[in-house]
Ligand binder design. Structure first.
Ligand code: GTP
Ligand code: MG
Length: 197
């Protein structure tokens, strides 16, 4: 799919404040610093549509971006960022859950995982919660450029094995590098399919 236009629409802190739910919508979630905002910029071929930072905790609200005048990409704050206060983390977590569990136009949630790390409890529990609430999700392994092809393969196999300990089926899995522009077309092709459905 070709991205013709990508426009920031608004920031919200509750699902009620989000734009009218009249188009397909895809949200990006994952631990702070995993690369959510960078992936949105890479997908839209836009250097600084979503604000990125080397410091975790950059994205603090729900940000809607309208793509091709037809669908939304949504950048969310990360979870599990230890450097902010418990109260702040709690506030973000409530905001994320409120959005994910109530947003009727949410077609799929992309859960981002850093390719370099072992499966983390916080991510696995987050997926579990999505499953229990019936929120559809797929996985994106980010920062693939930081590993060799062999390391990446090993990490992916290991992650799939862990997932199959609790899930009967694997979700759709994408592998990306926003730095090296890898994997964006696969995600866009899938979104195009969903948009047609
Ligand atoms: P929060 O908004 O803080 O939750 O973070 P985020 O998940 O939106 O991460 P962000 O896109 O801000 O990126 C965090 C850091 O990772 C930045 O320094 C990015 O440059 C870097 N980064 C993101 N994607 C990639 C990638 O594919 N490869 C490499 N090497 N670095 C990346
Ligand atoms: Mg961000």
């Amino acid at each position: 799919m070709k991205i013709k236009t990508a426009v920031f629409v608004k920031s919200s802190s509750q699902h009620e404040q989000c734009p009218k739910p009249d188009r397909p919508e895809y949200a990006f979630i994952g631990r702070s610093n995993v690369g959510k905002s960078s992936l949105i910029n890479a997908l839209t071929n836009h250097g600084n549509l979503a604000k990125i930072s080397g410091k975790p905790g950059k994205t603090q609200v729900i940000n809607h971006f309208m793509i091709n005048d037809a669908w939304y990409l949504v950048d969310l704050p990360g979870y599990g960022y230890a450097q902010v206060s418990q109260t702040e983390r709690q506030k973000w977590s409530i905001m994320i859950d409120d959005y994910l569990f109530n947003r009727e136009s949410l077609t799929c949630t992309f859960v981002l995982i850093d390719s370099r790390i072992e499966p983390q409890k916080i991510d696995l529990e987050f997926m579990q919660k999505l499953g229990e609430k019936g929120v559809p999700f797929c996985l994106v392994f980010t920062k693939a450029d930081k590993l060799t092809a062999n390391q990446l393969q090993t990490r992916l196999e290991n992650y799939k094995k862990t997932l199959l300990e609790t899930w009967v089926e694997l979700p759709l899995i994408f592998v990306t590098s926003s730095e090296k522009r890898v994997g964006q077309q696969d995600i866009l092709a899938q979104i195009e399919e969903w948009n047609k459905a």
